[in-house]
Design a binder for this molecule. Structure first.
Ligand code: ADP
Ligand code: MG
Length: 455
């Protein structure tokens, strides 16, 4: 197994438990530089990623490498911007690891083919398997491709994590660029960040040009606009201008428009003004069909019995379904052995026990903030007023309020029985500070990524 294959398998494992944004943020441009004497050196693009991986993913990465290589790892070291070696030695290994059926390695999904429109060519209609739960959304997407700006505008797709929303949005985009349409794919977080940057940099005009000068605007995960008033205002105008010009808008969210917390009424009514379609959990037949298709894409032959087992044990997330398959392929490649059902059960044990999505709680916020600043959670909620504690404390309060909409009295309680006015004051303080202080802004974004990535 080459270092690249090992890293791909590691990424395949890690990706399962992490949101896509997080995954791309932290693992883009990373690779295993060398493995020698049980020491693994991983190249990362910058110091921030280095620190992040060291702090947050050290154990997960180490264990995953150990599992995949079946060797103990003494240490994983992260170094910045190493040059990829020419892998002569590795091509030898490669030969010895080849198997009859598993010809292609497990592909990491973060490599290159992202075009300047924000599209990734791997998402198409032809590799989307339609089941009962996605029939309506799929048909609506097709209608848009055939009649952009006219069929349903906007199309609003909602549903749980890993059920194909991004895939569908991207598929529309990939289809319409073929017709020379100007397409822009963005997430609501990207939109927000661009908007803030444009205000700071006096670039409102460029911002408007970017978002309003398209034939198709795809905005993924609009639920994150909740509570962001400035962004909502700007998006409202962007939306109107596009809609009035018969330019197509497609939005996705993890919940229906009305259920998005802290979103303006006028936006809800805009979101609902075209077509709202949900994507639900796939039934067993659809899961089997998806697995069979993904296996085929990897040139991997998978027994009916194993297919059945995976489809039955993974309940509600297609990303996990893919993750399970990746693990099996990696196992086969590495051991040069087709896993039996018993082995598959073992390999997937942690996956199948762990597929419940739990909502984020104020405790999670405290935990992640402490982790991020490397401070003791008890101190975070304690009474000391050192600056190293006060700012993280205020940030925790800000995030609870902003992201979870926790009430001020409850926030006060979570923070060791503080008064609700303290919570309110801290929230306002950070809200103002965030506009002026780039570091605080960045910290908050990173903590949020950590938070959403961890559920
Ligand atoms: P969401 O945006 O809803 O969280 P994604 O669109 O990112 O989910 O889907 C997660 C993964 O599952 C992607 O790799 C996607 O290609 C795949 N996937 C989801 N639904 C289907 C489907 N019906 N057919 C084939 N692949 C799918
Ligand atoms: Mg998505």
């Amino acid at each position: 197994m080459t270092n690249e294959q090992i890293w791909q398998a590691v990424l395949g494992e890690l990706e399962i438990g992490i949101s896509r944004v997080n995954f791309i943020t932290w693992f883009k441009n990373t690779f295993i530089y060398s493995i020698e004497n049980n020491k693994v050196i991983v190249s990362v693009p910058n110091d921030f990623t280095k620190r992040w991986l060291e702090q947050k993913y050290y154990k997960a990465i180490k264990c995953s490498i150990e599992k995949i290589t079946n060797n103990k790892v003494a240490e994983v070291e992260y170094q910045i911007n190493l040059k990829k070696e020419s892998n002569e030695k590795e091509s030898e290994d490669k030969k010895s690891c080849k198997t009859e059926t598993a010809k292609t390695p497990v592909t990491p999904e973060i490599k290159t083919n992202v075009s300047r429109f924000g599209l990734n060519a791997k998402y198409s209609f032809s590799n989307f398997i339609v089941g009962k739960a996605t029939e309506l959304a799929y048909a609506a997407c097709q209608a848009i491709v055939n009649n952009p700006g006219k069929a349903y505008n906007p199309l609003f797709i909602y549903g749980g994590v890993g059920l194909g929303k991004t895939h569908l949005l991207q598929a529309i985009g990939n289809e319409l660029i073929k017709n020379n349409k100007k397409v822009l794919y963005t997430t609501s977080e990207q939109f927000t960040n661009n908007y803030i940057d444009s205000i700071r940099g006096g670039k409102a005009k460029e911002f408007k040009n970017l978002y309003r000068n398209v034939d198709l605007l795809l905005v993924d995960d609009v639920q994150f606009m909740g509570g962001k008033d400035g962004t909502q205002e700007e998006f409202f105008h962007t939306f109107n201008e596009l809609q009035q010009g018969d330019k197509q808008i497609v939005l996705s969210s993890d919940r229906p428009p009305k259920a998005i917390p802290a979103i303006e009424k006028r936006l809800i009514s805009r979101f609902e003004s075209g077509m709202v379609a949900d994507v639900g959990r796939p039934d067993i037949e659809t899961k089997m069909a998806i697995l069979a298709k993904k296996a085929k894409e990897k040139n991997y032959i998978i027994e009916e019995e194993i297919l059945n087992y995976i489809a039955n044990s993974i309940q509600n997330n297609i990303r996990e379904l893919e993750g399970a398959l990746n693990k099996i392929v990696a196992y086969h490649e590495f051991h040069n052995l087709r896993p039996t059902l018993k082995i598959v059960k073992n390999i997937l044990n942690d996956l199948t026990n762990n597929n419940q999505i739990k909502p984020i709680s104020p405790k999670d916020v405290l935990e992640n903030v402490s982790q991020f600043y490397n401070i003791n959670p008890k101190e975070l909620i304690g009474g000391k007023r050192k600056k190293e504690l006060v700012v993280p404390r205020q940030i925790a309060i800000y995030i609870m309020r902003e992201e979870l909409k926790t009430s001020y009295p409850s926030i006060g309680e979570e923070l060791g029985g503080r008064d609700h006015t303290t919570a309110m004051h801290s929230y306002n303080k950070i809200k103002n500070e965030k506009e002026k202080n780039e570091k605080i802004n960045q910290d908050i974004e990173s903590i949020k990524q950590l938070l959403y990535g961890s559920f």
